[in-house]
Design a protein around this ligand. Structure first.
Ligand SMILES: *[C@@H]1O[C@H](CO)[C@@H](O)[C@H](O)[C@H]1NC(C)=O
Ligand SMILES: *[C@@H]1O[C@H](CO)[C@@H](O)[C@H](O)[C@H]1NC(C)=O
Ligand SMILES: *[C@@H]1O[C@H](CO)[C@@H](O)[C@H](O)[C@H]1NC(C)=O
Ligand SMILES: *[C@@H]1O[C@H](CO)[C@@H](O)[C@H](O)[C@H]1NC(C)=O
Length: 894
């Protein structure tokens, strides 16, 4: 293993990035670095219920592998073709098949599997991919030598297969950035005939945990390999863990576990598995002192004198299927990942509003009172949620007739005020002869066997889909959307609160093989069902607790059953950043904390943070006190209202960012490294984040705070305090008083943010409201730009051209003339709306304007009124008469 070495300040303008994505469903990840950070633990979690690596046979066996396992490439086995190569590798025990295939856009796939003699097939979760066979790319050149086979890709990267010992190195230009099996720890357990007694002792053929035996009818079939990120100072990714954003050293610590589990009252600062798993890691490469190689195919393959992060993926089943994405820039990494696992589709606009949930709103009267409470207290709200008790004895897709005698009427009342209802659908199918879902699943033999409760299997998706049609899910309407909870799946009396690993699913797969895609298949079916329900016209909204790579295509997720304490508020930030990094943009944490009772201060601060996170929902446990925003002192209610209103004000920006995500794969809630590659000290920041490229957020995260200290990243940039317009240089820290209504909010110089001029009670009512453009000039005061996206907010018409994507640019033309222009960025979009610009605010305007004119279609200038504040360099143009979806130019003469 390589220790982290000294960093050096150098030109970091073209830092290569790389990412590894491993496609296996049950994974444990271990990494080895020099840095250590272990914070205190809280003890609410019942840790006894869950296995540690040591209590899990396969994990323990892999972790015991500390010396190279001796794999080498069989020299005459290499077959190079147009897109890659196939070869065989062997050590003293085993021969394996290797394939290396180059994919388009600087991505390489490395697959290691058993050869033809395998006793059994291995499961591959290919549904996680957008295309089960990702597009291959032709190789530019190959060079076969005795000791190595070298591939030069069309994108100019290199893949070097070292024959002995077996290793695969990846180069961006002439720099090695990643290496598979560099520590030689590749360990592969082939399926065997059951003979050896000694294996039984090590847990190869069976193991028992908490008195539940895993019978392992096929024995063990685990796999593991190490991957080095050469030059990387940090690793990010592998959600979901309640940890800091930058992954920690696990050399003398539990490995990060990826096994979807329902962890009751999960603790923070823990590598324990949580509800979802995305086996995806990003390593950022910093400047280095490495020697440059002379010839492009003849790279120096020795590790350079740079920091390195070593990771090791260990999986209980499956094949080694690794996608290496070579960046090199942050934008490239997000595009490359989305090429493989897809993007989140554009959500319906209401889903970006505020959601009010509780376990449980107990009856129709309760729902009505909550609904009216928001109206009476003038707090915006888009959705009310119903948890499990609304059903007829937990049979999903039914109603408790006593508590909800008239669901249609209730839904109609909400709809009249432009509000939606979300109901819960867990994967557990009530075992009751008369329950229509159970009857159908049973008849079609689709239930998992051996688990104590019957459960959804991947093939049950068809029933799941049609269950959402109005004739099956009666007394619902197009205003009802779905929440898939407990879909790890959670089984209270099962091993580790889930299904037995040796339970059988359709097609003979063992639960251990498909466990981590269980929730994925449920929410995918739910999404498909909602889409079908509307004849493919209305965009679905599905929230899922469990997830896997690719889940973003059909679900939003939240961080599950968090707690009403400050630690959980703080951890919501790195947890959501990790999810975004791994390709899931539509994410949130329960505001206020699910378990327990937040005090008023914590609740206010949580609303302030949640208002700037992608999915914004207040939710609470049945044993917690009611906490609708008006149940507190006036100051608290006021502060919550203000936070929610801020969310609604920024909706045009949020919606534009979600649209842009569908084009770029970039998350909407962003870590600093995505935006400020030049500022290395900000890369692991996880108390602050960016909303898109332009807005920096630092909510208060400690009780009794009197100051908000915000770090402003970047080099030679300027930032503007949102409320005061005050300019601040970066990099540097800024202090502001932490009044009850305060949150650290800064606009980055050089950007434009569209904001609603006035906030209505729902996203629908806000939909056509006028906009204020906040233009923050760059450091030189000569440029700023930004975008705005509009459509109908709910249908798929935008896919056929009913959208508008426009760009606003502020530019210095010469010393006496600055202009603001509005241009259509995508001419395929023909959506024409009446949304007009009520005001333009220009921050950092040092050009002393004398006159302003607008040129509309007819190109005769109309004079504009404006105000100019010389002390704060602030220019405000009232009623400029421009429309978002029409071209204009404004001339500012000085
Ligand atoms: C090249 O070989 C690899 C490994 O066998 C295979 O996956 C790939 O499809 C082959 N490419 C072509 C163009 O046949
Ligand atoms: C819902 O609709 C069905 C069929 O239209 C009806 O029989 C039932 O009583 C309704 N009410 C509830 C609460 O399910
Ligand atoms: C609002 O004021 C009340 C009464 O003065 C106080 O108890 C409460 O903590 C305040 N709320 C917050 C969030 O500071
Ligand atoms: C905004 O300006 C930057 C810097 O010139 C440019 O890279 C980007 O494409 C512009 N965006 C739009 C939407 O015009």
């Amino acid at each position: 293993m390589v220790e982290r070495s000294e960093m050096r300040a150098a030109d970091r303008s073209h830092l290569p990035y790389s990412a590894a994505f491993s496609l296996a469903t049950a994974t444990v990840m271990r990494r080895v670095v020099a840095a250590l950070l272990i914070l205190g633990l809280t003890h609410a979690v019942d840790r006894q219920k869950f296995k540690t690596c040591d209590q899990s046979g396969f994990c323990k066996r892999h972790r015991a592998v500390k010396e190279p396992t001796g794999y080498e490439v069989i020299s005459d086995s290499i077959k190079v073709n147009e897109t890659g190569l196939a070869a065989k590798i062997k050590n003293k025990d085993l021969t394996l098949k290797l394939s290396i295939v180059t994919l388009k856009d600087s991505t390489v796939r490395v697959l290691i599997e058993e050869d033809e003699k395998a006793l059994r097939n291995r499961y591959q979760p290919l549904d996680a991919l957008v295309k089960r066979e990702p597009e291959q790319q032709k190789i530019k050149k190959t060079k076969e030598e005795a000791s190595a086979t070298k591939i030069l890709t069309t994108d100019g990267n290199r893949v070097v297969l070292i024959h002995k010992p077996f290793r695969v190195d990846f180069y961006v230009k002439d720099k090695i950035v990643s290496s598979i099996n560099s520590a030689g720890l590749l360990h592969f357990e082939a399926f065997k005939k059951k003979v050896l007694l000694s294996d039984r002792e090590k847990g190869f053929w069976e193991e028992t945990f908490k008195e539940i035996k895993d019978t392992k009818p096929h024995g063990s079939s685990s796999i593991g390999v190490d991957i080095a990120f050469v030059g990387a100072k940090y690793l990010f990714g592998i959600p979901e863990h309640a940890e800091g954003y930058s992954l920690r050293d696990t050399k003398s610590y539990e490995p990060y576990r990826l096994y979807n589990l329902d962890v009751f009252e999960y603790e923070t600062n823990s590598p324990m598995a949580l509800y979802g798993s995305i086996p995806y890691l990003v390593g950022q490469t910093t400047a280095d002192k490495g020697k440059l190689s002379k010839e492009v195919l003849d790279a120096d393959t020795k590790p350079r004198d740079v920091p390195q992060q070593n990771a090791r993926f260990i999986s209980e089943a499956g094949v080694i299927d690794i996608f290496i994405m070579l960046g090199p820039q942050p934008n490239d990494i997000f595009r490359q990942l989305s090429e493989l696992t897809g993007n989140a589709p554009l959500p319906p606009e209401f889903a970006l509003g505020y959601h009010q949930s509780r376990w449980n709103y107990k009856d129709q009267k309760d729902v009505k009172e909550v609904h009216e409470g928001f109206i009476k207290n003038e707090i915006p709200l888009d959705v009310i949620w119903l948890d499990i008790d609304h059903t007829d004895g937990k049979a999903y897709f039914t109603w408790d007739k006593a508590a909800f005698p008239n669901p249609s009427g209730m839904i109609e009342e909400l709809a009249e005020k432009n509000r939606k209802l979300v109901t819960i659908v867990d994967p557990h199918i009530k075992k009751e002869a008369k329950y229509h879902i159970y009857k159908e699943a049973k008849a079609k033999k689709l239930l998992a066997t051996r688990s104590t409760s019957t459960s959804l299997t991947p093939k049950l998706v068809n029933i799941g889909r049609s269950s959402l049609l109005f004739d099956k899910y009666t007394n619902t309407s197009k205003d009802v959307f779905i929440w898939n909870d407990m879909n790890e799946p959670s089984v209270f009396d099962g091993p580790e609160v889930t299904i037995h690993k040796d339970a059988k699913h359709v097609d003979g797969w063992e639960h251990r093989e498909v466990h981590n895609v269980y929730g994925f298949h449920q929410h995918e079916a739910t999404f498909a069902g909602l889409k079908k329900r509307s004849n493919d016209e209305v965009r679905p909204f599905v929230l899922s607790r469990s997830f896997f790579a690719g889940s973003q295509r059909t679900a939003a997720v939240w961080t599950g059953d968090n707690k009403a304490d400050w630690g959980h508020l703080r951890h919501s930030i790195p947890m959501l950043l990790s999810l975004g990094t791994a390709g899931m943009p539509f994410v949130g944490a329960d505001v206020g904390g699910f378990f327990g009772d937040p005090d008023e201060e914590l609740l206010v601060r949580w609303y302030q943070a949640g208002a700037f996170q992608p999915f914004f929902r207040g939710h609470s446990h049945q044993d917690s006190k009611r906490r609708e925003p008006w149940l507190f002192s006036q100051n608290t209610t006021d502060a919550i209202r203000e936070a929610i209103k801020k969310r609604y004000a920024f909706l045009p920006y949020w919606y534009t960012l979600f649209y842009e995500h569908t084009k770029t794969g970039k998350p909407v809630m962003r870590p600093f490294w995505l935006e400020f590659i030049e500022d290395e000290s900000s890369w692991d920041e996880d108390r602050q984040w960016m909303v898109g490229p332009a807005l920096l957020v630092k909510p208060v995260q400690e009780p009794g705070a009197t100051q908000i200290s915000t770090y402003l990243p970047g080099k030679r940039q300027v930032w503007f305090e949102w409320d005061t317009h005050k300019a601040r240089p970066s990099p540097g820290a800024v202090q502001n008083p932490a009044g009850l209504h305060s949150i650290g909010l800064y606009q980055r110089g050089g950007t434009m943010i569209p904001v609603f001029a006035d906030v209505k009670m729902t996203t629908k009512e806000n939909h056509e409201q006028p906009i204020i453009l906040y233009i923050a000039l760059n450091n030189k005061g000569d440029f700023a730009n930004g975008t705005i996206y509009l459509d109908d907010g709910e249908s798929y018409a935008y896919e056929k051209g009913d959208f508008a994507y426009w760009g606003i640019t502020f530019k210095k033309e010469h010393d006496y003339l600055h202009t603001i222009t509005n241009k259509n960025l995508d001419k395929r979009g023909t959506f024409d709306s009446d949304v007009y610009i009520e005001k333009i605010v220009i921050r950092g305007a040092k050009f002393y304007p004398r006159t302003a004119h607008i040129y509309l279609d007819d190109f005769t200038p109309d004079p504009l009124d404006f105000e100019y504040d010389r002390d704060n360099f602030l220019m405000e143009i009232e009623a400029p008469n421009g429309y978002i979806t029409r071209e204009f130019r404004i001339d500012l003469h000085s």
